[in-house]
Design a protein around this ligand. Structure first.
Ligand code: FEO
Length: 408
């Protein structure tokens, strides 16, 4: 793997990570992920923007690419840490041992994290928005973008080449053979957009108001290229990824797409028995339905689907007087992401007693969901339960469509 030249004396050095591990220890990456760092060489100083952790040999890979640029870790004058999460800082202690003169540049909030994670203190310099470093013909300008997605996050702008090193913001899951948006094949595009949406839903969605605030801040910059720490580099149409992030951030409070994400789990088939009927009713009403059964499918994919849908159907039985645990987990994930203002129906079977609804209601309140129908039944669904399910599904479809119409 060779470095990619973004501009004269500006390169991406990067590692391809496979599907073995979970991202952040929780999210599957069946198509892998890229760890991107960037080297900027001025006439008298060199900066490395973001580091990597030793993940599937990433440190060696980055070193090999630096070597091909006739550089080594010892030649780096400034290490810019846009964000402290260990996927971008994991090898920091080792780097500081090898290059004790290196100056670490980060925000004030990151300083205690540098010490807490790596015991590094002496060579750290805190910067605020507008601060800059002159490398000699190349200037790094820093912009704090808190909570995209950690509180200490910043982005780095290189005015001479109009490149925004955007850290996790504008990033994506997935590995891509090509570096730039204008080089991607149709197959790579078909992976990139869904994997960007899933990445956003999984690791950024909870901070959507900050994404909108950050995008507003960046409006004053003349951006020719967006270079994130995961995914591709956007140079033909950098606005495409910024607009996509804006749209995804706006999905937090809805309306999103005129679609329904249908999530269900079932113990003995009595909850699952209503799935085809509800799905067909929605589809007959012209609604696209995305069906997910848990725990068979990971919450990562369920959340990404829910994030783009204005409507939700949640099917779960009662289990030990509460929601069936796999659905309780999904509800917890949706609540952490602040999936607000959805049109929702819930259904499910119970045995000797109900209880799922009682545990479900606080989620409805917390997320300000408009619950258009609840269909609970003992044992197997009867004809009257089927009728109630059809009625609720029709009401849900109408609510989703009406919401979309009224917001235009
Ligand atoms: Fe890619 Fe938040 O670290």
């Amino acid at each position: 793997m060779k470095p990619n030249m973004l501009a004269s004396k500006v390169h991406r050095v990067y590692a391809r990570i496979g599907d073995r591990d979970l991202f952040e220890g929780i999210w599957p990456i069946p198509h892998g992920v890229l760890l991107n760092s960037y080297v900027v060489q001025g006439s008298h100083s060199t900066a490395l923007i973001d580091l990597v952790k030793d993940w599937e040999g990433a440190v060696d890979v980055i070193q090999g690419q630096l070597k091909s640029l006739n550089l080594s870790f010892e030649d780096i004058d400034y290490l810019v840490l846009n964000h402290m999460e260990p996927d971008h800082t994991g090898s920091l202690a080792e780097l500081c041992k090898r290059n004790p003169k290196i100056k670490i540049i980060c925000t004030k909030k990151a300083v205690p994290l540098v010490e807490a994670f790596y015991g590094v203190t002496g060579q750290v310099r805190a910067v605020v928005s507008g601060d800059s470093i002159d490398l000699g013909g190349k200037t790094l300008v820093f912009e704090e973008t808190p909570n995209i997605h950690w509180p200490e996050t910043m982005m780095t702008y290189l005015p001479e080449d109009k490149i925004l090193f955007s850290c996790d913001g504008f990033g994506s899951f997935g590995q891509y053979e090509h570096c730039y948006d204008d080089e991607l094949t149709d197959k790579e595009w078909a992976l990139l957009i869904p994997e960007t949406e899933r990445y956003y839903a999984n690791i950024v969605s909870s901070f959507s108001p900050f994404v909108l605030r950050g995008i507003k801040k960046l409006e004053v910059l003349d951006i020719a290229m967006v270079a994130p720490s995961h995914g591709i580099v956007w140079r033909k149409n950098p606005n495409q990824i910024i607009e996509l992030y804006k749209k995804l951030a706006e999905n937090m409070n809805g309306p999103a797409e005129d679609e329904v994400t249908f999530i269900f789990s079932s113990m003995y088939g009595n909850t699952a028995a209503l799935v085809p009927l509800i799905q067909k009713t929605l589809e007959d009403e012209g609604i696209t339905v995305h069906l997910h059964q848990v725990p068979q499918e990971h919450a990562s994919f369920v959340l990404a689907s829910a994030w783009r849908s204005s409507g939700l159907v949640l099917g779960m039985p009662t289990y030990e007087y509460k929601m069936f645990p796999p659905m309780a987990h999904v509800l917890d994930i949706l609540e952490r992401s602040h999936l607000n203002n959805r049109k929702v129906m819930r259904f499910g079977s119970f045995g000797w007693s109900g209880g799922a609804q009682k545990q479900f209601e606080p989620f409805v309140d917390a997320l300000k969901w408009d619950c258009v129908g609840i269909v609970e039944y003992q044992g197997a669904p009867k004809a009257s339960d089927r009728e109630r399910a059809v009625e609720s599904a029709k009401k849900l479809a109408q609510s989703v469509k009406e919401w979309s119409r009224s917001s235009k």
